[in-house]
Design a binder for this molecule. Structure first.
Ligand code: C5P
Length: 224
């Protein structure tokens, strides 16, 4: 089945404290956004990408790469709005599945994307790339309220892949109900749909803080 791709890239990246949004910072001569798009475009089954950009984005126009398979859409106030705006442009009968990948994750491996696609399409359920938590986990603020067993804890990464019509309905209903979600899987879980955990790699980091840049540059060298 055909898979549409959505790349939310409309965030301002406040925690990065950089002069421009993190997806436009440069690693190895390319913006983080270009790395992320190139990783997705390596997968033969992913042909068309809907890219959500901030309305006043002054950076995208300066990027020089093949945009023939890219449709730009309007970003929203939160990530969930950016993804839903893009989903409004995608016909579920033409693209029964939709894969969402953060612009800020330039180190995702082709094999992991393919594993996610294979698992979801063979089971018919949506799923997320995830990796197991390795530290001891504490809940609390100034002091520990309690230690959370890490046995069944995972970091949710992207990409995340879902049946298009179900994800659209889940995000619409979540927004309508005033539920705030930080990834697409949360909206699907909230709507009562199963979400598969597909084990990926912990180097698939989301660039968030200044120290993540050097790390991502190193990881990219290992992959190239
Ligand atoms: O801020 P955070 O790291 O969670 O953002 C994850 C992804 O969502 C980033 O690629 C960011 O550009 C995107 N985003 C968006 N629209 C927003 C906020 C974030 O497309 N309103």
């Amino acid at each position: 089945p055909a898979i549409a791709v959505i790349v939310p890239a409309a965030g301002i990246g406040k925690r990065m404290q950089a002069e421009r949004p993190k997806q436009y910072l440069v690693l190895h001569n390319k913006t983080i956004l270009e790395h992320s798009l190139a990783r997705l475009q390596q997968v033969p089954t992913l042909s068309k990408i809907w890219l959500a950009l901030a309305e006043d984005d002054p950076y995208f126009a300066d990027i020089n790469f093949d945009q023939s398979q890219i449709v730009t859409t309007k970003g929203g106030t939160e990530r969930m709005h950016s993804v839903l705006n893009a989903l409004q442009q995608i016909e579920p009968y033409k693209y029964p599945w939709v894969l969402v990948h953060d612009a800020a994750r330039p180190v995702v491996r082709q094999a992991d994307i393919e594993l996610l696609i294979e698992r979801c399409i063979t089971t018919g359920d949506g799923g997320v790339l995830a990796c197991r938590v390795r530290d001891t986990m504490k809940r609390g603020e100034l002091t520990v309220a309690h230690t959370v067993s890490r046995e069944h804890l995972w970091h949710a990464l992207t990409p995340q892949l879902f049946p298009t019509a179900l994800l659209k309905a889940a995000l619409e209903d979540a927004i309508q109900a005033g539920v705030y979600v930080t990834d697409e899987a949360s909206a699907m879980e909230w709507a009562g749909h199963p979400v598969l955990l597909v084990e990926g790699h912990s180097d698939n980091i989301k660039i968030t803080q200044p120290t993540d840049l050097a790390l991502a540059a190193f990881y990219l060298e290992q992959l190239i």
